[in-house]
Design a protein around this ligand. Structure first.
Ligand code: AMP
Ligand code: MG
Length: 481
């Protein structure tokens, strides 16, 4: 047992194993660090002392003022395709890895500061983050986690006392992020550009040891790593699609090897079902529109595959055919995950002929009628309570199919309610909560957080949290702020 108010024991396996991918660096010192919000529940789940999290010592560590004995910090190197064009050197421009720690079941986590000052990778940026976007990332991570979707999360958001110049001066903030790792497709792109196959192999071996230990020692382990990442990313993006989540910036540096969602910038939950929905102000061509997310994931995974070719076969030419075959399986793997998620949402515990058509036809109806995804799926249970939800012939087919389940109506209603969330972070509510928070009123943020972290539990009186916003054409969120 840790003694009271003890910090986690940090290790630095990444920087030790992969020195060419990490630059030792110090955080800026914050003049007046203040805790805005902490996440004691997450701390406890990860074996971090919640008293320590609330302590001044933790605040000092998070604000760059920490004086722990081994104050090693690293900015991680990576490259990446941003909106399709390749940048050989991105990296943590405003972030630092402060260490890795192990949870009670022995899983390793990264603790990372976002907004901690300029690093050697900052290029033209100021190294800062601001309060609104960091609270957005905190909220989104918690909402996704509560929906059961793999994601990085945050232990805390603090303000630094500094101002950051944006369209106007805004309070500088730091997000204290926890991630299964910060290994990205962009990390592999960077390692592949070093012309040292040994460094690249060390990165792949490290990734396998950390995220896919079952592949260790296998003859085809690098091809199998590709297949395993394809599987996890396909599953992840299927989960996004099923809740209407739009990531917004699916650059290769924002695609994790662990399969977690990372970097909540200009992201949003879609209200009206429309594959062309785009939220990011910088995504002018609609590259990362809702409906394009699976195809873009496959494209990003192709960039990952390219980096692995020299490891898959001694002669990279020989690696192309098996890597291509693995990539070409993506649409089927995605579809399997998506249909399995839809089956659960439709109340089916088994698979039957015609299930895929039922799911596809329902989505076509939603799209045709420009309905809201989350609330419409949630209303399926109402049909079983005898309310007409207006899907005519489709509901008759669905009812016939439900009979095959051989369970009571009550059991089906329970299933539907456990599978279809009622509360997701709707854009208008997020905006409202963030505006209030930046004006020093955290109450709306906390109320919204409470709802979206219990996404399946309907609360009487909380109706406004379940409703889509007014259709607001041109809603945009901004990244890099
Ligand atoms: P993101 O959009 O957060 O995924 O960031 C893309 C890249 O830009 C990463 O290399 C970031 O570290 C970098 N970056 C974003 N904002 C800043 C900033 N204010 N200062 C320095 N680097 C930044
Ligand atoms: Mg990023």
């Amino acid at each position: 047992m840790a003694s009271p108010a003890a910090p986690p024991e940090f290790e630095h396996t990444y920087a030790r194993s992969l020195p060419s991918l990490a630059a030792s660096w110090a955080a800026d010192i914050s003049s007046q660090p203040q805790l805005v919000i902490a996440n004691p529940k997450l701390a406890i789940d990860l074996g971090i002392d919640a008293d320590w999290l609330a302590s001044n010592e933790a605040l000092h560590l998070f604000s760059g003022n920490g004086t722990t004995k081994d104050a090693e910090r690293y900015a991680l190197a990576y490259a990446g395709h941003q909106f399709g064009s390749y940048s050989p050197r991105l990296g943590d421009g405003r972030a630092l890895l402060i260490g890795e720690f192990s949870d009670p079941i022995g899983q390793r986590w990264d603790l990372h500061l976002k907004g901690s000052g300029r690093t050697p990778f900052a290029r033209g940026g100021d190294g800062k983050a601001t309060l609104g976007p960091m609270l957005r990332e905190f909220l989104m991570g918690e909402a996704m986690a509560a929906l059961g979707i793999p994601t990085t999360r945050a232990l805390a958001v603090i303000t630094t006392g500094e101002l950051a110049m944006r369209e106007r001066p805004l309070p500088g903030a730091i997000l204290v992020r926890v991630a299964a790792s910060h290994l990205r497709v962009g990390t592999f792109q960077y390692a592949a550009s070093l012309d040292s196959v040994d460094d690249l192999r060390a990165l792949a071996d490290y990734s396998i040891a950390r995220h896919y230990p079952e592949l260790d020692g296998e003859d085809n382990r690098y091809l199998n790593l590709l297949t395993a990442v394809i599987e996890r990313q396909a599953s992840l993006v299927a989960e996004w699609m099923l809740v209407g989540f739009i990531h917004g910036v699916m650059n290769t540096d924002n695609v994790t090897i662990s399969g977690e969602t990372i970097d909540y910038g200009p992201c949003a939950f879609m209200d009206t079902v429309d594959p062309q929905t785009v939220f990011s102000s910088i995504d002018e061509g609609g590259r990362y529109a809702y409906g394009r997310q699976p195809a873009i994931t496959q494209w990003n995974l192709a960039r990952f595959a390219e980096t692995l070719l020299p490891l898959i076969a001694a002669n990279p030419e020989d690696a192309i055919a098996p890597a291509t075959e693995a990539l070409e399986a993506f649409p089927d793997i995605f579809s399997r995950h998506w249909h399995s998620g839809m089956n659960r949402r439709l109340g089916f515990s088994t698979q039957a002929d015609g299930d895929d058509d039922l799911a596809n036809d329902l989505v076509a109806l939603l799209q045709e009628r420009r309905l809201d995804l989350v609330s419409t799926m949630r209303s399926l249970a109402d049909h079983l309570r005898g309310r007409d939800i207006g899907f005519g012939e489709w509901t008759t087919r669905w009812e016939t199919r439900l009979q095959l389940e051989g369970v009571t109506n009550l059991e089906l209603i329970d299933r539907l309610q456990a599978a279809n969330p009622i509360y997701v972070p709707r854009n208008h509510l997020v905006e409202e909560a963030l505006s209030a928070a930046v004006a020093d009123d955290l109450a709306p943020f906390e109320a919204l957080l409470e709802r979206v972290t219990h996404p399946y539990d309907e609360v009487i009186g909380a109706e406004r949290y379940a409703m889509p916003g007014d259709p607001a054409p041109g809603y945009r969120t901004y990244c890099g702020t």
